[in-house]
Design a protein around this ligand. Structure first.
Ligand SMILES: [Ca+2]
Ligand SMILES: [Ca+2]
Length: 190
């Protein structure tokens, strides 16, 4: 074997080894979860009419509570149900909890219910907990504040979760973030 061919072989081995090492190092530094979630939603998507077109969602989660701000184009509609579904168990693809606000009958009040499917309106199912959902900024922003103890699933307080936000539980209006039956990135407790 000539010196030239040995050098070429060594060079190929070096390139392959370096490439494999680089791929592994990139994979190992990719974050599995973030402490919060910020989502810029398209305007005019989904079934959004004059109300309930989500344009931005921000969520923060700490050991005491989950806070979510849902900003819409125009203002949030009054008189409809709005929901936030919560995924605390990734092994089950659907939501474990659904948070519901009825702007007509429960001012600033929201309720947390157990969810077994993506379906809304768990009527007849007693709420697990009470939360708050309040309109701010002249109705442009709906702010949810939910105690972490409300998000207990199978006796466990979650340390990370995913969200699906819905405005306007209605056939004509409403929007989902990040999309219908889609989850946010994993939100790690900060
Ligand atoms: Ca939207
Ligand atoms: Ca789940």
């Amino acid at each position: 074997m000539s010196t030239r061919s040995v050098s070429a072989g060594a060079l190929i081995t070096f390139v392959i080894t370096t490439t494999v090492a680089l791929v592994f190092s990139v994979l190992s530094v990719t974050p599995a979860a973030a402490e919060g979630w910020t989502h810029d939603d398209p305007s005019g998507d989904g079934r959004a009419g004059p109300y309930g077109d989500i344009i931005r969602v921000r969520a923060a989660f700490n050991e005491h509570r989950l806070k979510i701000k849902v900003r819409v184009r125009g203002k949030h509609h009054q008189g409809y149900y709005t929901n936030v579904r919560v995924d605390t168990d990734k092994a089950d693809r659907g939501p474990e909890l659904i948070m519901i606000r009825n702007s007509d009958t429960a001012r600033h009040r929201a309720f947390v219910h157990r969810a077994t499917t993506w379906q809304s309106f768990p009527f007849g199912d007693r709420p697990l907990c009470r939360a708050r959902a309040r309109l701010k900024d002249s109705g442009k922003v709906l702010t949810w504040k939910v105690p972490r103890t409300c998000l207990r699933t199978d006796g466990e307080l979650p340390r990370k979760l995913r969200l699906n936000v819905q405005t306007e539980e209605d056939a004509w209006y409403g929007d989902y973030a990040p999309g219908k039956k889609r989850w946010s990135s994993v939100i790690q407790m900060g």
